[in-house]
Design a protein. Structure first.
Length: 457
C-alpha cells in the first residue's frame, strides 16, 4: 500500500463514517488532502456491500468502479468522494476463521476490507484519519491508534493485512500493563460478573507476557472477546490480526468458571504471536512454535499454572506430535499445514526448537542470555517493520542479536533435517523425568536452568 516516495508534506486523508441505528449502513465521506490517489481499493468481497459511490460534488472528474477497485481520473486537489455501504453480515453458524463481517447478538463485527475503500498507494508519511459518527449508546473498537473519542489514525500497515472494527453497546475497557495498553471490547454485553471475570483473565494473561523480557511486546493491542455457542473449552477459537495494528480476537464460552479460564492457554498463546513480526504463511513452525512454547512458560511465570504443569504439558505435546506425519520434517510439515493433523507436528516441533534455543543460550552464557533477551533485542530494533518476514531472516536476526549461531544451527538440524527436535535429550539435560504423567526433578547437567526457564526475567 505504501509504495510511493515521501512527499514534501505528509497528507492526511479524512474519512467520516456515519453509522445508522441498525449498525449495518455506513455513509462514508472521503476527503483527500492534496492530489487524489489514482484509485481506491478494498477486499474482493467489498462489492457485495457497496450500495453506491459518487464524486462530491458530482462532475468534478471521473469515477469508475471495477470489482474491488475504484479508478479516479481528473479530480482536482482536495476532492471528496461519498459512498454508501449496506453490510450483509453473517448470521448463521459460528465464526471459525479470521476477520469477517458478522452479527453477534445486537453487536456487529466488521472486516475492515468489506467497507473501507482506501488509496491503493500512499506516500511515506501519509496517513488516514477515520472519524465515526455513531448512534446513541454505541461504541466502536478498532485496531488503529485512537486520537480522540471515535477518531483514529490508521497508520502504515499494508492494506491487505486484515483487521476488524467492532460496533455495539459494549463499554470499552482499558487495561494497562508494563509497556502496553490493551483496549478491550466484550461483544454482546456479557453480564457484569462475567465481564469482570473476563477482564481479570485478560489482565492476568497480559501480565504473564511481561515476564518474558519485562514489558508487553506492543504499545497498543485491540482485544475483542465474543461469545460462541460451540466448543469443549473456555476459548475454543481465537486468532491474531495485524491490519491497522495488532489485535487478538477470542471466542469465549461464559459457562466455564474463572479457574478454567485462568488455566486456559489460548489468550497467552495469541498474545505471544506479538513477539514476532508478520511472517510468511509457510513458516508456521516459527509462527506457531514460539507462541506454543510461551503459552506454557509465560503461564508458569505468571502464576497461572505451576511450573510442573508447564513441563508436563510441553512433554505431552512433544510426545504426541512426534508420531504425527513422521515422514516429514517439521519444516516440510509446515509447508503442508492443511493436511489433517499435521498442525500439531508443526506447533510442537517449533516449540521444541524454542526450548532447545532457550536452553542452549543459557548454557553458553552461564545463564546471562535467554530467548527472551534475543526477542527483546528484535523488539527494540525492528519488530515494527511493515512487511512479511521470512523465517530465515528472523532466525538470522536472532543470531545477530545474541552474537551466536544458536538459532541458525538449530534451525538447520532440528527443523530442516531431523524428523522431530530431540526433546527427550533436552529433558534429560534439564533433569526432568516424566513418570506416570508427572514430572520428577532429578540431577542433570543443566538442571540449574530448569527453574530459571520458568521464572520471570
Amino acid at each position: 500500500m505504501f509504495g510511493l516516495p515521501a512527499s514534501a508534506s505528509a497528507a492526511l486523508h479524512r474519512y467520516s463514517v456515519t453509522v445508522d441505528s441498525s449498525l449495518e449502513q455506513f455513509d462514508v465521506m472521503v476527503c483527500f488532502d492534496g492530489p487524489a490517489p489514482r484509485s481506491l481499493v478494498a477486499d474482493d468481497t467489498a462489492m457485495l456491500h457497496l450500495a453506491q459511490m459518487q464524486l462530491q460534488p458530482p462532475g468534478i472528474g471521473q469515477l469508475k468502479v471495477n470489482d474491488w477497485r475504484a479508478i479516479l481520473t481528473g479530480l482536482p486537489e482536495d476532492a471528496c468522494i461519498e459512498y454508501v455501504v449496506q453490510l450483509r453480515p453473517q448470521t448463521n453458524g459460528v465464526q471459525m476463521g479470521g476477520p469477517e463481517t458478522r452479527r453477534v447478538g445486537r453487536d456487529l463485527l466488521t472486516s475492515i476490507g468489506d467497507w473501507m475503500w482506501r488509496p491503493a498507494e500512499m506516500a511515506e508519511g501519509d496517513d488516514i484519519e477515520v472519524r465515526f459518527e455513531l448512534p446513541p449508546g454505541i461504541s466502536v473498537s478498532a485496531p488503529w491508534r485512537q486520537v480522540a473519542d471515535g477518531v483514529f489514525r490508521t497508520g502504515a500497515t499494508p492494506r491487505e493485512w486484515p483487521g476488524v472494527v467492532a460496533l455495539g453497546g459494549f463499554e470499552p475497557i482499558v487495561i494497562a500493563v508494563d509497556g502496553g495498553r490493551l483496549n478491550v471490547a466484550m461483544i454482546d454485553s456479557p453480564p457484569p460478573a462475567l465481564r469482570d471475570m473476563l477482564e481479570r483473565w485478560i489482565e492476568r494473561a497480559a501480565r504473564s507476557l511481561v515476564t518474558v523480557y519485562g514489558s508487553f511486546p506492543v504499545e497498543e493491542l485491540q482485544v475483542v472477546i465474543a461469545p460462541t455457542p460451540r466448543g469443549e473449552k473456555p476459548v475454543p477459537w481465537a486468532y491474531v490480526s495485524r491490519g491497522g495494528g495488532p489485535a487478538i480476537h477470542l471466542f469465549a464460552q461464559g459457562r466455564y468458571p474463572e479457574p478454567e479460564f485462568m488455566r486456559d492457554w489460548t489468550a497467552v498463546h495469541e498474545m505471544s504471536h506479538l513477539f514476532l513480526p508478520y511472517l510468511e504463511w509457510g513458516d508456521a513452525w516459527l509462527v506457531e512454535g514460539l507462541p506454543t512454547y510461551y503459552q506454557n512458560v509465560a503461564m508458569a511465570r505468571g502464576g497461572l499454572i505451576p511450573p510442573e504443569e508447564a513441563w508436563r504439558r510441553m512433554y505431552e505435546g512433544f510426545d504426541f506430535a512426534k508420531n504425527i506425519g513422521g515422514q516429514f520434517t517439521v519444516y516440510e510439515a509446515g509447508q503442508r499445514l492443511g493436511r489433517r493433523g499435521l498442525y500439531r507436528r508443526v506447533y510442537w516441533g517449533g516449540a521444541a526448537y524454542m526450548l532447545a534455543a532457550d536452553l542452549r543460550l543459557r548454557e553458553l552464557s552461564g545463564g546471562s542470555q535467554t530467548l527472551g533477551d534475543a526477542l527483546h533485542e528484535i523488539h527494540q530494533c525492528c519488530l515494527n517493520e511493515m512487511y512479511r518476514w521470512r523465517a530465515e531472516d528472523f532466525v538470522a536476526r536472532l543470531d545477530t542479536a545474541t552474537g551466536t549461531a544458536v538459532f541458525s544451527e538449530l534451525f538447520e538440524v532440528q527443523i530442516r533435517q531431523r524428523p522431530f527436535p530431540e526433546y527427550e535429550a533436552l529433558y534429560e539435560r534439564l533433569g526432568i523425568r516424566i513418570l506416570g504423567g508427572h514430572p520428577i526433578f532429578v540431577e542433570g547437567e543443566s538442571a540449574e536452568y530448569r527453574n530459571a526457564i520458568m521464572a520471570p526475567r
